[in-house]
Design a protein around this ligand. Structure first.
Ligand code: WT7
Length: 636
């Protein structure tokens, strides 16, 4: 039996039972056999969810890039590590071998070191999906520096908040980016952000579009000339297993974004292990995850998981609709993709288009199809299964979170029988529990509750940067002794899990995690706005879309409502990014509130979702009369 590569269901159960019986022994065996450590650990695991404090492989020394790169040079030097597919299909794809990637990472690390970056320093990365994005993560890790990647669709304000929160002194950015037909001037956004970031001393600029940019003297430097002068080797800085590898921001239901801190050893072991098993990865495979490296999916399953396994990982710069809706399938055919990992929102968007876009391509190389980011509806699941997988490739519906670092609940393809909309069974080492409203564990099968995890796994985030108390309050206070996920789930008769969605004020739009509070804050900045409340409502393609209820300061506001709507969405775009724009904005006389003044989002959610049959008891509200008025003028 191999703990590292599960090949059938019976084996899954054997491995699973072992992983739960003695997690430290289980993970130690995996860590021993499959990685390069400069020094082994003193203790596999110590933990206390009440503090909370979690340590895996404490005392061990390593560098993750030696595991992603150096270790493979003896056997895989000429194998493609990164296969880059540009936005424009006429531009040639790039095959970057392990040897070449090693040299590029060392070069980049030398440049960063020359700019004063060292162990523990935070570096912000704001780049499109070009190879230098992956290289910059690895270059930071080579030096023991902590990367903080900000998705290059975020606005200047959102970028500045993230740069300042963890005091980055260096930013890696580009002149611009290509997205389908559009060219975006990213440097302008960075310039605007840096006006609010006094701590940033240097920005290194990658040339991608060749568009005009303003280079600020003393601060902005073109990267390429520095790389050209740098040496192609660099000894890895050896770090402790529990030293931070990166910070990645995720939205909370309240307050500013949370900088989730992931550490090195446990994260490496868990992402490598889950990559191998959830995708049934084999040496000759060509693996493609369509996510952006700006999200955790890209960190764990474009960069670290695949590279620690010596895999070929595809990076795609473009969008599924350019030059037409066949682009994904054209790429699958062109590079003979074996594992394809995407988001339900992308599947729903493509399923709306002509079937010829799929059928015109040879997809016979595919062996495993994955989804992530939100629940997949049954219709999209079947379309994916029938037309992409031709009913031959198992679909793995992988549930996990920025905070979990790696895939938590997922079928093992070719082992776990799949059912549409079910993430099915926990990965080895993962102990999910369902909780009732009173914080009691719900045992047995055919039950539904709130999803928590009762035992640590190696890649759990260790804290929120600069705010450990918030980390404890958010994840460990609802159900003491357990990590609370924020999701609801059911467990069916055979013990399969189905994730039913968020139970807090986080809304998942097109697979992006959005908190209501920062969006409401942005809207409330508008001079005409008194108050606002955001809820999600079901949307064909996005899964959820945003519905905003807005009250204006002066009743009988005479300004044109359509103009106000545009201004509100522009504010949201400026403060957060276009992904947070509202689909519907209803101006209301008031918002339903409890007597203590809390906005009753539950009622607004029902109205926005056209589900007003049972609004519950509204008579106890402070202002029950507004409910009827809101229903009468509903845009739903
Ligand atoms: C939230 C986490 C993990 C990478 C992308 C999202 C939702 C994620 C699934 C799934 C149903 C899912 C959950 C979770 N989610 N995967 N397979 N089925 N819901 O990471 O931005 O941290 O969001 O995404 O609600 O809590 P994230």
């Amino acid at each position: 039996m191999s703990n590292y590569h599960i090949k059938h269901l019976e084996e899954y159960w054997q491995v699973y039972r072992k992983s739960v019986r003695n997690p430290a022994v289980f993970w130690e065996e995996i860590a021993e056999e499959h990685f390069l450590w400069r020094k082994k650990w003193d203790e596999v695991l110590s933990w206390d969810f009440s503090k909370p404090e979690i340590k895996w492989f404490a005392g061990a020394k390593l560098n993750i890039t030696e595991n992603c790169l150096d270790r493979h040079l003896a056997t895989r030097a000429d194998k493609t590590a990164i296969l880059f597919e540009p936005n424009d299909p006429k531009e040639e794809a790039q095959h970057i071998t392990y040897q070449e990637l090693h040299a590029r990472v060392c070069r980049f690390a030398n440049v960063l070191a020359d700019q004063g970056v060292g162990k523990g320093d935070r570096v912000c990365i704001y780049l499109p999906m070009v190879p230098k994005l992956a290289v910059s993560l690895l270059a930071c890790a080579r030096l023991g520096a902590v990367h903080s990647v900000v998705f290059a669709g975020f606005s200047a304000t959102a970028l500045a908040t993230r740069i300042n929160d963890c005091n980055c002194k260096l930013v890696i950015c580009s002149d611009g980016s290509y997205r389908g037909k559009k060219t975006i001037d990213l440097k302008t956004i960075v310039d605007e952000a840096l006006e609010q970031c006094p701590g940033v001393e240097t920005s290194l600029v990658v040339k991608r579009t060749g568009g005009a940019v303003v280079m600020k003297d003393g601060r902005d430097k073109w990267l390429q000339p520095l790389l050209d002068k740098a040496a192609t080797t660099r000894a890895a800085t050896i770090v402790d297993a529990e030293d931070p590898l990166f910070i990645l921001y995720t939205s909370g239901s309240t307050g500013k974004p949370k900088g989730m801190v992931h550490t090195t050893g446990g994260y490496m072991v868990y992402t490598a292990y889950t990559f191998k098993n959830a995708f049934q990865y084999r040496e000759e495979d060509v693996y493609w995850c369509t996510a952006d490296i700006g999200w955790i999916t890209g960190h764990s399953y474009i960069v670290y998981g695949p590279l620690t396994n010596g895999a070929t990982t595809v990076m795609f710069e473009g969008v599924p609709s350019y030059p037409d809706y066949g682009r994904f399938w054209e790429i699958v055919e062109k590079h003979k993709i074996t594992q394809f990992y995407t988001a339900p929102t992308a599947i729903r968007a493509l399923a709306k288009e002509n079937l010829d876009f799929v059928e015109n391509h040879d997809l016979s190389s595919l062996k495993v199809l994955g989804t992530v980011g939100e629940p997949i509806n049954e219709e999209a699941w079947h379309w994916y299964n029938d037309h992409v997988g031709k009913k031959k490739s198992p679909i793995i519906d992988t549930w996990w979170q920025t905070e979990t670092g790696g895939i938590m609940i997922s079928p093992i393809p070719y082992s776990t029988p799949t059912i549409p909309t079910f993430a099915t069974l926990p990965m080895p080492g993962i102990q999910p529990v369902l909780m009732d409203e009173n914080g009691k564990e719900i045992e047995g099968n055919s039950v539904e509750g709130r999803l928590a995890i009762k035992f640590p796994w190696p890649s759990i985030a260790r804290t929120i940067y600069g705010n450990h108390e918030r980390y404890r309050d958010t994840y460990f206070s609802a159900y003491p002794g357990n990590y609370f996920t924020g999701d609801g789930a059911l467990r069916d008769a055979v013990g399969y899990y189905r994730i039913t969605g968020r139970v807090d004020d986080v809304i998942i739009v097109s697979g992006h995690n959005l908190g209501t509070a920062p969006i409401e804050d942005a809207i409330n900045e508008h001079p005409a706005v008194a108050e606002s409340a955001i809820v999600g409502f079901p949307h064909d393609i996005k899964g959820n879309a945003l519905y905003g209820y807005v009250t204006l300061k002066e009743t009988g506001e005479t300004r044109n409502h359509d103009n106000l709507r545009k201004e509100i969405n522009q504010l949201i775009t400026d403060r957060i990014g276009p992904i947070a724009k509202l689909d519907k904005i209803q101006f209301t006389e008031g918002l339903p509130k409890t007597r203590s003044g809390k906005i009753m989002r539950r009622i607004l959610r029902k109205i926005a979702g056209k589900d007003t049959s049972n609004l519950g008891d509204i008579s106890t509200l402070l202002n029950p009369e507004v409910v009827q008025d809101i229903m009468d003028k509903s845009l739903a």
